[in-house]
Design a protein around this ligand. Structure first.
Ligand code: SAM
Length: 286
């Protein structure tokens, strides 16, 4: 499990080794295991019991640092046969859609399972993720990816096209990562609890417009559209400046809340598409 609290590397832990050229490898520690790198192999038995952060060596004498990988480290290494979602978008989605311990989250499609991994991690052992995917080969890889991390038992993997809707009712939130989310908004509304969250990610603005129309048609409220821009800096104190390259675009994020139809009709402002300016402070009672 990735969340184990320990100071030393144990059998069964997910470990990361980083070379002096910043090459990174992630694997699970097993008795008598052997991990091959471009600079020789490391015996797992030599790593087990070492404090995290230790310097370790391959059989050729090359140096590595032994660490516990973060969830973000694991996500970028996800074995994939589809486009996957990236930590910068996933982190914001989890907070915005209030995805945390004990929640029931529904997603489609599973793809390679990068978002599924993060959802399973966030909902904890009392929560639940239901993940729909139309293609068996994608679902198979996603299942393997989550099994490797010890998270598969938090996920109900369903092999099905969501055109026919979802089996679940009263779920806390739904995330749609597929090219045509606008075609599944009534189905999503039926599965969501009143007040629940819907979210989606789309690469182009014209797809976003189509989705906005569908959300309005199904009386979703508090619709927001945003994009997360992340710029890394060279962490050198006397030459601090942005790195030469950045990922300029992953996708637009769309969020909305499910409200009871009458409420939406009663008060037009609930359907406002004005994004929440996060500098606007909600006034708290004195
Ligand atoms: N969020 C995933 C991740 O982070 O790894 C990537 C999802 S991938 C971009 C989109 C997936 O949606 C594909 O695996 C595709 O097969 C699936 N899909 C597309 N239309 C679908 C539908 N109608 N029902 C179920 N799955 C669908």
């Amino acid at each position: 499990m990735i969340t184990m609290i320990n100071t030393n590397a144990n059998v069964g832990d997910i470990a990361q080794i980083i070379s002096s050229q910043n090459k990174r490898f992630i694997f699970r520690l097993v008795i008598d295991g052997k991990f091959e790198t471009h600079r020789g192999y490391l015996n797992h038995n030599d790593l087990i019991g070492k404090p995290w952060g230790s310097r370790v060596y391959s059989h050729m004498g090359s140096q590595f640092v032994l660490l516990q990988p973060s969830l973000a480290d694991i996500l970028v290494e996800t074995r994939r046969n589809t486009q996957i979602m990236y930590p910068k978008d996933i982190g914001f989605i989890l907070l915005t859609m209030d995805i945390g311990p004990g929640k029931h989250v529904l997603e489609a499609g599973t793809g390679s399972g990068a978002l599924t991994t993060s959802l399973a991690f966030a909902v904890g052992s009392y929560g639940k993720v239901t993940s729909y995917e139309a293609r068996p080969e994608f679902q198979h890889l996603a299942h393997k990816n989550l099994e490797r991390l010890g998270l598969a038992d938090r996920v109900d993997f369903k092999l099905r096209d969501i055109t026919d809707g979802f089996d679940e009712r009263n779920v806390d939130s739904i995330f749609l990562d597929l090219p045509n989310p606008q075609d599944f908004i009534p189905q999503a509304k039926e599965a969501l609890k009143p007040g629940g969250y819907i979210g989606s990610i789309l690469p182009t603005t014209n797809q976003v417009s189509t989705l906005l129309i569908a959300l309005r048609r199904s009386n979703f409220a508090f619709i927001e559209v945003c994009e997360i821009l992340l710029r890394y800096y060279k962490a050198v104190a006397d030459r601090l400046r942005p790195t030469d390259r950045m990922v300029a675009h992953t996708g637009y994020l769309i969020f909305a809340r499910s409200v009871v139809e009458d409420l939406a009709n009663l008060d037009g402002t609930t359907l406002s598409t004005e994004s929440t300016d996060q500098s606007n402070q909600t006034e708290l009672p004195a």
